[in-house]
Design a protein around this ligand. Structure first.
Ligand code: ADP
Ligand code: MG
Length: 332
């Protein structure tokens, strides 16, 4: 859906913000761009919707070269959530969200109906419609930013640190909500973050940038954690940290124990075999039970205990050690 070929940006003052970047994002996937501050993430995002013109290379969108196309038309197909949310402070929430459909020529009544629908989509009560941005919490403002970006129903969504300005608890909730929403919306998303945990959690693929806009690695979260391309990536993703590993490791039947003799009182809420170890651990901790039932479809396939999680994590890390050669992989 999105393909960058040798895309680079050197600013007028000589700063090389992005260096000959090749990157592909498949339709319906979330690609996260992550790296230290100033490594060219925002510049890359703004080149995709041509708020910034690349100095080299070309950008293909859905098979068409958009490098020379009309930027205003281009942006209709691309939702954009900007860093720091960027709501109009003197306009109500409703007007903020309506801006985009109005811009594209919808009638006021259609734009209003669409805006109210979008507020619900992102989990904002419509009673907030007449409030102003400063009357909302940081998390609510970020939801408005997402609603506005979705307003033209674009196939592509660019998000620049969309959950950056909120505390970790709210951020985790917004991340979950967005992932749930994305399962229905099926957009092609490029999400910029400086937070590797967010990247690993949200991304189908993660691009790790080095200073100077060089792409150090572009891979799935599991590959990134398991087989970092070099020491920079290994350092950045902290691949030896087992906790992060939990978020990308799938449950495996091999680590379950049989259901026989287990009483209902010993079990927390059931989880699906497709869950990650992190999700399993979260349920164990939340329900404060010694084990959790694991289902495939409607049928129980066994129970998972903390010991099972430990074994699964150890197996996952051992697999990494085998493929990563001499890179040291320690248990947490
Ligand atoms: P990130 O989003 O990863 O923090 P940016 O893409 O904003 O990084 O910036 C990349 C580099 O380009 C930085 O060194 C930044 O200072 C520089 N930069 C950004 N915008 C401009 C500009 N308009 N003129 C000159 N340099 C810029
Ligand atoms: Mg930035």
């Amino acid at each position: 859906m999105i393909r960058l070929e040798g895309v680079g940006k050197t600013y007028d003052d000589g700063t090389v913000a992005v260096h000959e970047l090749d990157l592909e994002v498949a339709r319906g996937e979330i690609a996260c761009l992550v790296g230290p501050s100033g490594c060219g993430k925002s510049t890359t995002l703004k080149m995709i919707n041509r708020l910034i013109e690349p100095t080299t290379g070309r950008i293909m969108l859905d098979g068409a070269d958009v490098t020379g196309s009309d930027p205003v038309k281009l942006r209709r197909g691309i939702g954009y959530v900007i860093q720091q949310v960027g709501l109009f402070p003197h306009q109500t929430i409703l007007t903020n969200v309506m801006t985009v459909p109005l811009l594209y020529g919808e009638s006021r009544s259609t734009a209003k109906a669409r805006a109210l629908e979008l507020m619900e989509t992102v989990g904002l009560e419509t009673s907030y419609a007449d409030r102003y941005p400063h009357q909302l919490s940081g998390g609510q403002r970020q939801r408005v930013g997402v609603a506005r970006a979705l307003a033209a129903n674009p196939p592509v969504l660019l998000m620049d640190e969309p959950f950056g300005a909120v505390d970790p608890v709210v951020r985790a909730r917004l991340q979950d909500e967005f992932l749930r929403l994305q399962r229905e919306l099926d957009k092609t998303v490029v999400l910029v973050t400086h937070d590797i945990d967010e990247a690993v959690r949200m991304g189908d693929r993660v691009a790790v940038f080095e200073t100077g806009g060089r792409l150090a690695q572009y891979a799935t979260p599991a590959e990134l954690l398991g087989r970092p391309a070099d020491d920079f990536v290994a350092d950045f993703v902290g691949s030896t940290k087992g906790l992060r590993r939990l978020t990308v490791t799938q449950l495996d039947e091999a680590h379950l124990e049989p259901m026989d003799g287990v009483t209902a009182g010993q079990l927390g809420a059931a989880i699906d075999i497709d869950s990650t170890l992190e999700e399993a651990l979260a349920v164990l901790l939340r329900d404060d039970k010694p084990m959790v039932g694991v289902k495939r479809g409607a049928a129980f396939v066994g129970v998972l205990t903390p010991n099972g999680i430990h074994r699964a994590l150890r197996a996952s890390l051992a697999e990494t050690a085998a493929t990563a050669g001499d890179r040291d992989v320690a248990m947490p």
